[in-house]
Design a protein around this ligand. Structure first.
Ligand SMILES: [Fe+2]
Length: 187
């Protein structure tokens, strides 16, 4: 079995763990077990990088649409906009490089219709480290702040086909909310 096949098998078993907290906790354990048992999580898979933006590579889609597995590649300085996960749970494991994750709190600016987005906790995830996000959890960014390429593997509930993002407004202080469609760079 390839590492990806081991991961998929472990995810399938984890889905019986209970609620989203139990499922993501178990999947995070499985992802770390597979990571620690192999030299290359992507053995047998091909992933693309893009020189202009981070790249999303579909590795596996469950036939019953219970989950998807995605590899994301990040060149130096590449990162996501401020986004959420469309009320789905997710688990991420960093395989290579370092990714900085920052949580944000969001509040409406009454007079403009724009939004105030305030950064909160920040952490840096390194190879073998995992992060979980629950459906009710909020907005965040992920950025490769290092000078080296980075690689992360993400497991999402069902399939993340769109998310809400906040982009800096022209005033330089507030943000505007948009819906972003999510595709794959390897298909
Ligand atoms: Fe995210």
């Amino acid at each position: 079995m390839t590492p990806l096949q081991q991961l998929v098998k472990g995810i399938e078993l984890s889905l019986a763990a209970g609620d989203a907290t139990a499922i993501t906790t178990r999947i995070a354990e499985v992802a770390q077990e597979v990571y620690n048992s192999c030299d290359n999580m992507l053995e047998g898979s091909s992933v693309k990088m893009d020189e202009h933006h981070y790249a999303r590579n579909l590795l596996y889609k469950d036939a019953q649409n219970r989950f998807t597995v995605i590899a994301m590649t990040w060149g130096p300085g590449q990162g996501t906009p401020l986004h959420n996960h469309d009320n789905k749970w997710g688990v991420e494991i960093t395989c290579q490089g370092a990714i900085e994750c920052t949580d944000y709190s969001i509040q409406p600016c009454n007079e403009t219709g724009n939004w105030q987005c305030t950064p909160g906790d920040t952490c840096t995830q390194r190879p073998g480290e995992v992060g979980c996000i629950l459906p009710e959890e909020g907005y965040h960014t992920m950025i490769n702040t290092s000078a080296e390429p980075a690689l992360t593997i993400h497991i999402y509930e069902q399939e993340l086909t769109e998310c809400t993002i906040f982009k800096p407004a022209d005033d330089g202080a507030s943000y505007q909310r948009e819906t972003l469609a999510l595709g794959y760079d390897n298909l």
